[in-house]
Ligand binder design. Structure first.
Ligand SMILES: Cc1cc2nc3c(=O)[nH]c(=O)nc-3n(C[C@H](O)[C@H](O)[C@H](O)COP(=O)(O)OP(=O)(O)OC[C@H]3O[C@@H](n4cnc5c(N)ncnc54)[C@H](O)[C@@H]3O)c2cc1C
Length: 475
């Protein structure tokens, strides 16, 4: 572990330092390509921004980070120009530092920064991205020490952030880990969800190569439950971890929703953002979208679909339809702002009631029902109710369904004795241990917590890996 740098600082002087935040590429330029919109700090800018850290005694940024990264210590090294040591601090707790620095929302570490109470919070997320990327590109990421082999074998099902975190932690502890992934390449939603303009594919692939060097084995294009049975895994491995995420889309269940041109968010994002060789065979045909695209939903996935559609050369107009008002949108505000800058249109208080097609069976229009907001519902938001007789038809060439995700019940039902919630999540005795109702079977990430964010899924998985280690050692 790196040595603790000195923390004697002049807080008053630091509060006067001007903020140096990373910027985003110009909207007019970036909307024509799929390259990352984040422009990383230069080294000088990063050092200047890190120098603003007040090193608060209670480190609210560290508390607010789901992984509890020691941000003040990393920033102290960065302020002194020691990027390698700063990167090592992030790596102590964060296995996907380069990714988190790009995709974490502001509401964790950055919103907790003391400087933000009276002025501008430190750009903690983008400094983490700068540190992790610069360290990797300049010096590579060193392989950690691996404990002597225990002779124990672990199967990890699902190569998303949760599965990768468990694979890394257990490999370092000397267990032999094989990761089974249904898609052609690992990464989970980091590869098959989050668009490239938020997270460059090279970053995910560099991490995957590093994990292979560490000793993790990947068995891709292998669907557990189809290509290999769960019983076979149980017979071959000493413990199994399920990090299968939430694979199933919520569907509106409306007339006409099977028309051609109506596509689920994940398929749309993958086909638009990924090269064909990384796609499952069924998604390799070129994406057919006309000039007008409707996106249904108001969460982060809907915004990612909006911004992806805007980047497609065949598309002229993108409109997002949401059944509540702007204030209730659950998406991250920063990304909503980015979508507006890039030219997206939004229609509030409109819910689809029917999809209309042409004689070739392709969607041509959507019937929307006007809504109004009534009393608060169980989620604490105003409940939208239809205004009778107030509907309208809007022509379109494609519709993307981004109405949320839930775990795939077809997968979990195949596992004898596995208890799940009614909505499909795997029940565990405790989030920290991840023990399921089946002995030797553990779970974490979105399949337990529901569709959420990357850092909490990681934090959950790291805790569960510790329990699996204890289980394998019989302690
Ligand atoms: C479009 C989109 C954008 C997002 N953007 C952000 C963001 O900006 N910031 C953020 O913090 N979070 C974001 N998230 C959420 C974040 O990606 C997830 O919370 C996180 O990936 C969950 O990790 P996980 O490992 O639990 O599941 P996943 O990432 O879903 O990984 C599960 C893996 O299991 C595999 N799998 C499933 N069933 C099987 C099977 N039977 N056999 C083999 N493999 C199987 C899947 O193919 C997948 O690779 C986004 C999510 C989506 C959908």
């Amino acid at each position: 572990m790196a040595t603790q740098p000195t923390r004697r600082i002049d807080r008053k002087a630091r509060m006067q330092l001007p903020p140096v935040h990373a910027r985003s590429r110009d909207p007019q330029e970036r909307v024509h390509d799929f390259k990352e919109i984040l422009v990383l700090h230069s080294r000088e800018q990063a050092m200047a921004e890190a120098s603003r850290c007040l090193h608060c005694r209670n480190a609210p940024c560290q508390t607010a980070c789901p992984l509890h990264n020691d941000i003040p210590r990393a920033l102290q090294y960065l302020a002194a120009g020691d990027v390698a040591r700063a990167a090592a601090v992030y790596r102590e707790t964060g296995p996907l530092s380069e990714v988190c620095g790009r995709v974490c929302p502001r509401r964790f570490c950055q919103a907790a920064c003391t400087l933000g109470k009276t002025g501008t919070a430190i750009d903690t997320r983008r400094l983490e991205a700068f540190v992790a990327t610069t360290a990797r590109l300049e010096e590579g990421v060193p392989l950690p020490e691996i404990a002597p082999a225990t002779g124990r074998r672990v199967a990890v099902v699902g190569a998303g952030p949760a599965g990768l975190a468990v694979a890394e932690t257990l490999t370092r502890k000397g267990h032999a880990v094989a990761v089974f992934e249904q898609h052609p390449t690992p990464g989970g939603l980091m590869t098959y969800g989050i668009p490239r303009f938020k997270l460059d594919l090279d970053i995910v692939q560099a991490k995957l190569r590093w994990l292979e060097k560490l000793g993790v084995t990947f068995r891709c294009s292998t669907t557990v439950g189809q290509d290999i049975t769960f019983d076979t895994l149980q017979a071959q491995f000493d413990a199994i971890f399920l990090g299968v995420g939430t694979q199933e889309h919520y569907r509106p269940g409306l007339p006409g929703e099977d028309l051609a041109g109506i596509i689920e968010a994940t398929e749309f994002l993958c086909r638009a953002n990924l090269p064909a060789d990384l796609l499952p065979a069924v998604w390799r045909a070129p994406l057919q979208v006309g000039p007008r695209v409707h996106i249904l939903g108001g969460g982060n996935t809907a915004i990612d679909c909006v911004r992806t559609a805007l980047r497609l050369s065949a598309v002229d107009e993108v409109r997002c339809y949401y059944r509540r008002s702007e204030a209730e949108m659950p998406c991250c505000h920063e990304e909503y702002e980015h979508a507006l800058e890039e030219g997206a249109g939004f229609q509030w208080l409109a819910s689809p009631s029917e999809f209309l097609g042409d004689d070739k069976g392709r969607v041509r229009a959507v019937v929307y029902q006007k809504m109004e907001l009534c009393e608060l519902d169980a989620s604490g938001r105003c409940r939208p109710v239809p205004i009778p007789g107030e509907d309208f038809i809007v022509e379109t060439d494609a519709v993307v369904l981004a109405l949320g995700y839930r775990p795939d019940a077809a997968f979990t039902q195949h596992i004898d004795g596995l208890k799940t919630e009614r909505w499909g999540a795997i029940i565990v005795d405790d989030l920290e241990t991840g023990r399921t109702s089946v002995p030797g079977l553990f779970a974490a990430g979105d399949v337990v917590r529901g569709a959420d964010l990357l850092a909490p899924a990681l934090a959950n998985a790291i805790h569960v890996a510790e329990t699996i280690d204890a289980y394998l050692r019989g302690t």
